[in-house]
Design a binder for this molecule. Structure first.
Ligand code: BG6
Length: 289
């Protein structure tokens, strides 16, 4: 069976050895194992904190949480009752079936629609559908945001909070040089900085929101490389809390920040909007090179 339903999570398996796990809580991808061209053995490619809470009582610390409809603390009046990064990552999604199952890969779709609990804090008529596709060396995620209203548009932000497993003391993210970014590590900083580095490292606490980026990024480290391509997600956040901020997180394993970098394609600078009766789609493809 290419897809196993374990009630609280789905396990996807590819005939060439790759696998992925998707928790219905938050539609969070919690594991992605695949080999690369230089090393055919399936290895874990995402970081999941050993202290992550997986029982549905708290957003998952690791994997790929889905951020919607607000990034960070809410700034839009429609989002005023929401918590950091919105509700999508901390609601139970429904498995809506297998979308594809062939030589190329296996895909599943999860959906999230307003419940009483969601409508109480976010009274917009919407339907989210999320497709996770596993191929031999690739994992893709596609988010579709449908506005089910007959008359009114709504505005939102969306982001894939990828925790990429890689040694944080020796990795570089490219190409970000020349882009403008907001440095969130220091609240007192006003305005945007311009990235001068040809390769961005995360040896220090890093929380940078790059705007209007290339939508094609590479993370390299000695012996490894992963590429991340996105569609309709013009911004990218690079985050690593290091001990400075990671040490204060109850669900971060000791030294966890040494084992990942978050490279998060999103639409987070300003707001995307979706007209009544329309659907917006944004996606990404992660590839082991
Ligand atoms: C990043 C934000 O995307 O997520 C950071 O830019 C934030 O500011 C980080 O600290 C983790 O957020 P959370 O809510 O999962 O602790």
């Amino acid at each position: 069976m290419p897809v196993q339903d374990l009630n609280d999570k789905l396990i996807l398996k590819h005939p060439k050895g790759a696998s992925a796990e998707v928790l219905l809580y938050g539609a969070t991808v919690t594991s992605w194992k695949t080999g690369g061209n230089s090393n055919p053995e399936p290895l874990e490619r995402l970081f999941l904190s050993s202290k992550a809470v997986l029982d549905g009582s708290k957003a998952v610390r690791g994997g790929i949480p889905v951020v919607f409809p607000c990034f960070g603390a809410p700034t839009h009046p429609d989002h005023k009752n929401l918590s950091q990064h919105g509700f999508a990552r901390s609601e139970l999604w429904k498995w809506d079936g297998v979308v594809m199952d062939n030589e190329a890969g296996v895909s599943v779709r999860l959906v999230l629609e307003p419940s009483q609990k969601i409508s109480a804090i976010y009274p917009k008529p919407f339907r989210l559908s999320y497709v996770v596709t596993l191929a031999e060396h690739q994992l893709s995620t596609d988010l579709h945001v449908t506005n089910t209203s007959f008359s009114e548009q709504f505005e939102f932000q969306a982001l894939f909070h990828n925790y990429i497993r890689a040694p944080s003391d020796s990795l570089f993210v490219t190409p970000l040089q020349g882009l403008q970014y907001k440095d969130k590590t220091d609240d007192s900083l006003q305005g945007l900085k311009t990235e001068g580095r040809s390769g961005v490292d995360v040896k220090k606490f890093t929380d940078s929101v790059y705007t209007n980026a290339s939508q094609s990024y590479t993370v390299t480290w000695p012996g490894g490389e992963i590429s991340i391509r996105s569609q309709n997600l013009k911004d990218v956040v690079i985050w690593n809390p290091q001990a400075e901020a990671g040490g204060k997180m109850g669900d971060m394993e000791e030294g966890g920040w040494e084992r990942f970098v978050c490279v998060e394609p999103g639409y987070v600078d300003g707001f995307e909007n979706v007209a009544a009766g329309s659907t917006w789609s944004g996606g990404q493809v992660l590839t082991i090179n």
